[in-house]
Structures are given as C-alpha cells and as structure tokens.
Design a protein around this ligand. Sequence first.
Ligand code: ADP
Ligand code: MG
Length: 651
Amino acid sequence: MLSLHNVTKTYQNGHETLHALNQVSLSFKPGDVAFLLGASGSGKSTLLNILSGLDTPTEGKISIDGIDTKNFSKKQWAIYRNHYIGFIFQEYNLIEHLTALENVALPLIFQGVSQKEAQERARIELEKIGLAKHIDKKPLSLSGGQQQRVAIARAFVTNPKVIMADEPTGALDIELGKKVIEYLIENAKDKVVIVVTHDEDLSNAYANRVVNIADGHIVEDSNQTPLNVIKEGRMDLVEPKMRLSLLFKFAKNNIASRMFRNILTSAIVSIGFIAILLLTFMIGGISGSITDTLAMIIPPDEYHIHHLEDTNITHAHYDRIRDYDGIETLRYNISASLDSEARQNRHTFIYEPMPLDQIAFERDGDFYGELPENDDEVVISLRTALQIRDMQSVDEDSYEYLFNLVDGLTIDIMHDQNRIETVTIVGMAADNMFASPMVYMLYDALLDVVETTDPSGEHTASLVATLNIRSESEIQTLTQTLYDEEDLIMRNVFGEMTGQIESVMNNALRWFIGVALITLIVSGILIGLVLYTSVLERIREIGILTALGARSKNIRMIFLLESGLSGLMSALIAIAASIGIASFLNRLFNSFIQTPLNLITGGNINFTLLSPGIIPILIVLVAGVVYAMFAGAIPSQYASKLNAVHALRKE
Ligand code: ADP
Ligand code: MG
C-alpha cells in the first residue's frame, strides 16, 4: 500500500556525493508497526520525508495504494499528506500561537471541514489522549509530554491511513515514551505505523516489524511485505481548502506576536501617506476656501457677455439676446454714481461710481420689502444697503433690521455730478454681502437712465446672463452663436478663475505626490525586509503547515495577508495622524488668522486651511493595503517556495 522501489537520495556536498538513501526498496501494509532503527545520519528522516512527499527522491519510485506518484503535482502531494498521513515529530512542532485545540483542528480545517466540526473532533481526540483540561492552553504552557500528546492527537484527528513518527520519544523520559508508543499502537490497529527511533529496547518491546538502516542501505527487515505492482492512476482525494479566515488568523497572530516591531514599521511607512494626505487636505482646504470666497464675489452661475472691443453693448443687444435659446435671465449692467440722502437720520451719503443694474428678481437669497412697481422705485442689494448705512458687514439675523434702516430712503442717481433721477428704496435683495453693490429697477426706468446718461445709446455696459442649459457642448454652441452673430464674447469668470486655481493646485499636488512616492518606495523596501525577517523567523511554522497539508499558495497567502494587514495599519495610522494634525493646524490657524479675519469680515469668510476629504482617505486606505501586499509579494513568494524539509530541520 505504501512502497518505495529502488529509491536513492543523494546530496551534493562539495565534490562529494552523499547517499542519504541508496537503492532502498520497502513496502508497508496496514497493521505494520514498523520501527526504523539506525544510527544518527543513517537516512531515517530522509526516508520518512520521501514517503510523505516532503522530499523528492533522486532516483526510484514511490507508490501509494499501487499508484505511481511520479506525476504527482505539489498539490497532490499536499492533499496526500493532509488526508493520508499523520505526522509526529520529535520536537512536537506545534504552532505556538494557536491553542492545543486549534492545533489539533488545523489538519481538519485544511480539509475544508467547518470550524465547528473541526474543533469538536479535535476536542474528542484531545479528551481521548487525556488532555481534556488543557485544550485551551498554548503549547508553551504545556509540559513536553503534554505537547507530544497534542501532536499525537493532531496526527490522529484526520483518521489517516499512515502514522509516521520521527523519534517521537526522543525528548521524553522512558516511561512517557512507552506510554506514547502504547497509545500509538492501541489506536492505529488498521493503520501503517512507522516509528523512527534509535532505541532498540523500545523496538524490541513493541515492533511487529524492525527495519535496520545503515548509511542509506536497508541492512535488515524482519518482516517484509511484498512490493506492490505499480500502476498509473490518480488518488481519489478531496482537495484541501484552507479557509481565508484561517489564513487571516495566522497573519493576524503573526502581526500580534511582533506588535512593537509592526507598529514601528507601520509608523515609518505611514509618513509617506501622512505627507500625501496632509497635502491633499491642504489643497482641498485652501482651494475650497478660495473658491468659496470667490463665489461670494463672483456668482458661479453667471456668464458675462461683452463686446470684442468692450464698447457698444446697447439695449438693442439686450432685447435680441434675451430671446436666445439657453438664456434664462439676462441682466443689463451699466454704471452710474449714487447719491443717497438718509433723510430720517439727516445724513447724506456720497458714493463713488458704482454699477446700477436691472435684473430679474428671481435671485437666490432672501428678499425684504417689495418689488418696484413704478419707475421711481428701486430694490437695492445687501451691499448697497451696507454702504448706505456705512457698515462693513452684518449678521444674517440682522438683515431684516438692516432693511428697516434703509426702507423708504430716497437716493439720487448721479451722472457727471448731475442728478438724473431720484428713486425710493422699496426692497432689499439679501444676496451676497461681498458682491458688487447694485440697484435694481424696472427695465423701462433703466432705459430712461441709460438715455439720459448716454443719449447715443452707446455706453460701457455689459450683459450678465444665467443659463438654463448645463451641458458643456450646449454652452459651447451658445458661446459660438453669440460670437458669430453678435460679435459678443460670453465668459464664465468664476469658472475661468477656479479652473486656473485648480490647475495650479493640481500641479503642486502632482509634484508633491511624486516626492511622496519616493518615500513610499523606500518604505516599501522596509515592508519587504520586515516581512522577509518574519518569513525567516517562521520557517519552522511554514514547514509544519506544509507537513500538515498546506499548499504553497496558502503559505503565500498568509504572508500576503500579513503584509496587507501591516499596510492597513500604516494607512490607519496615517489617516488618524493626518486628521489629528489637520485639526491641530486648523485650530492654530484659526487662532492666528481666522479670529482677526472674523473681526474684519464679521465672520462671513471662513478660511479653512486643511479640509480632510473622504476620497483621499479611502484611496490611502485601499492603496495602503494593496501597496503593502505588492511590497510583500517577493518575501511571500519566497516563503511559499521554501523547502519544508529544510524548514523542519532548522532548529
Ligand atoms: P537520520 O534521520 O537517520 O539521522 P537523515 O535522514 O536526517 O538521518 O540524514 C541522512 C544523511 O543525509 C545525513 O548524512 C545528513 O547529513 C544528510 N543530509 C540530510 N539532509 C541534507 C541536506 N539538505 N543537505 C545535505 N545533506 C543532508
Ligand atoms: Mg532524523
């Protein structure tokens, strides 16, 4: 059922070729309790390793249940080890960060058995071997004998056909050693039991077959089993599935067992991310603040229409353009000076020239008072009201109060020191305190003013439109039509300005991210090195997992997850740190700049230095994990390719 045919295993030692096994032919059948006896270095472990597929012979054949294994893939060997063989090692080889129960359940979980069932079966196995009280202990808090019993329970839990024990009693005293062997024999009646030892007393007492090896040769076999005929075929075994959650547990435990080192590494790696995040926050904050401030002065949805030579916009233009498709509202802007007499207070206010406007009144913002009904009635803007009252700013709560201060006042519209019109304030449009001061009046009344100020009808004026089209191409078409038909240029001043700010900021961002990427490349190397160290420290664990049936892709996944976790840690550290730094800097900035700014503007301009954005945070979170996994790819690959035999020999 388990046979070697003329198997030779050689090692190259400089120029010498060392025969660890030399033309060995052996066959084992159920019921065999075979003791392999031989001096140290005679080839016993090599024989077991080849029988279990952990090592490959230089020459010869191995057959399992009569099937030639020469075409076995690594995967098939893993399946075979997992289902077919129970391994017991001299050094117990338990996984230190798992409890006794978890250690025993491990091979079952490799088979795809559910966590619950695996743990139940592991518990039964541990109870049977007398460890009921210790199932939740980690290996290092158990005695040597108890650890060996855990290892035996782990070997038996899958009910394998073959039990291989490599010097299982070597580290135990004689009494314990005997108990271990008795347990093996008692519980493996229908199995092949192969025990490697150099204790002849033990083999005399318990073996039903003794195989003596010396220098890689079988020198004696007390009870040979005839060799099987080798035939081609496949073993019909279920492919082991290592659950991601289990792999994750290994990765997590690995990280946890070296917490200090991992936090330190993550902190170093996070520096690059912190730099990127802070810069993105800063650009978001500053350009957001600039854009917001700009939006107060220049309404974002307004399009300015002016003539090529900046001269002859007439009300004839106004009348035609009002009917263009896509134009929602159209405002005719002309400039005049205002002379206001706040008669109630017997104060007279003289103003510098400022624009006088007629607009559609459906503007955003609150409206106080009434719309003009007669030619001598006007609505003023918040800014104009403030200027009339000689005020800098006002709280939103006090708009009503401000309107009451100007309601009913008369103002003179002046041109070249001459009064052209006297009008009465009937309403206030509380749009934007920082927009240019405006006076709104009926169109006919405005035309009067226009004609009086500029009888030729040609004066410096501009049109301001809002559009009811949104798509870039429609706006493009309207712009082109206005240019072709009227020689007029339509521009979105806000869009142009913010576009420029954005491009400057984006350039700055690109440069900075370039620099930060270099930092990240360096820290990527750090992640790789730390993971490589972790692999070296865990070589033994990798060997154990391989012996229990883990496949190389499982091993690779453990280390990839480990580096992904460490990347997650760096990303989280970076996010927490940069949000912390951002709020600290904002507070500092506020106390230096925002407070005086509030005094001047009445709290109407909020300048944010750093504004944490959810998108950069999410990007760093994902990028941190992916990036660390990339950095960990080479060490993970290295771990997955480690030779289990060498790994287990290491101690
Ligand atoms: P045993 O288990 O009987 O003590 P081993 O099977 O471990 O012996 O080793 C058999 C021989 O093969 C020894 O001489 C050992 O030094 C040699 N050997 C085992 N593994 C290697 C290796 N990876 N490289 C070189 N020599 C090896
Ligand atoms: Mg050995």
